[in-house]
Design a protein around this ligand. Sequence first.
Ligand code: 6PG
Length: 252
Amino acid sequence: MQKKIREIRIVENAEAVSRTAAEMVVSLALKKRKSKKNFTVALSGGSTPKKMFAILADDAALCNRMPWGSVHFFWGDERHVPPDHTDSNYRMANEAMLSRVPVPPENIHRIRSENPDAGKVAEDYERELRGFFKLEVDQLPPFDCVFLGMGPDGHTASLFPGTKALHERQRLVVSNWVDKFQSYRITMTAPVLNNAGVVIFLVSGEDKAETLREVLEEQKQADLLPSQLIEPTRGKLLWLVDRAAASKLTGE
Ligand code: 6PG
């Protein structure tokens, strides 16, 4: 069996989390381009990635180094709203970064969540992944990098506590009913997220501290703490967290 590699890196604050992540994604993409391959990344929603996107667009040194032409952007999850909606994860990434950098439009693979049928949205995106990565029936997409956030309730992507999607092992993307929002979310499933070359969690803020301790230090109870489902099978897992979020970790 492959050895599991998990790293927890603690940095000063949310800004440092975002900057470290931005620098990391540029160097991963450059490494991939050296071998003349596309770099594929799945983005998440949330406040920390938003800062990271803004840094990638605003910091001229980073923006100029990023090989935008060979980077393909996907989303790990999306809200069931049209792309111009204020809740849209695509809209957030587009406003903060994609519309402001020289990325070819065909490299942007958004979840088409304007379709009122959430199940259909998920099926369409699964088809898009199968087509892009040329997957056989039982293959998983090999993302180079997946960014994830973690909610104070322990959710990640749109894998919320107690929801059906947590148990999905066949599908790549599913619609997931979330009671507390009384709406569907569209989300990649745990097997897809776990098949990435590197999974990077971005976590900041004191309101995440207790949950982070439970996720990292308590026994596995993934139905309550879905972030514990993330255990890459072939790649690395990096928790990039700020001091406030890490304040309750005991190191055990
Ligand atoms: C979303 C997300 C979600 C997010 C976490 C953390 O669509 O909301 O993808 O999983 O990453 O809720 O969000 P924050 O970084 O804003 O706390």
